[in-house]
Design a protein around this ligand. Sequence first.
Ligand code: ADP
Length: 193
Amino acid sequence: MINLVIYGPPGSGKGTHAKLIAERYNLFHISLGEFLRKEKANKTDIGITVKPFIDSGELIPDQIILNLLRKLLFLKENKIGVVIDGFPRTVEQAKALSNILEEAGHPVTLLLDLDVNKTEYLKRIRSRANKKNRTDDQHNEIIEQRIELFNKNCRGVIRFYKRRNKYKRIFAHKDKEFTHMQICQCVDPLLKL
Ligand code: ADP
């Protein structure tokens, strides 16, 4: 059983790489952002609750997000583990994730931190905004708000996983293939491939 977390600033490619490794290693992919956007588009009760937070680039309160995460983890079927993107974003969420997974007997194996500089991830957000029609990618103030929250929390989150020897930095400035290859070099030994 392996439980991976893909971490990084907005626009770093968390969703893209989580999807790629989920397919490659038969892992269950949990994308909090994607799930929330679907709920929002379908105007479900959850969607209506989270809309103001997403639209302003704020974090959704932990009580809501943790309930969702528990439900999503429960859906993992017969996969050999999970890959989570968009969670954790704070030390409190990292602690909560440890508790949830340790209760289930399978703690986080590794956090893969996609290291991309601001110029590059801003470029990616701009190109994604048009292709994916994401409202939170279309306004500079909302993008800046998400970056600020990331910068505020990232040191704590990184320290949390480094202290537990569960941290790998991935050089993610170049193309998708090169990033994917580095991620595989970290994951293969976990599966003894
Ligand atoms: P990005 O990383 O590019 O900001 P995501 O798709 O991962 O995009 O997240 C979009 C939005 O969903 C966030 O701005 C936030 O409002 C909400 N969200 C996603 N994950 C979390 C989380 N772990 N805690 C709180 N809010 C979250």
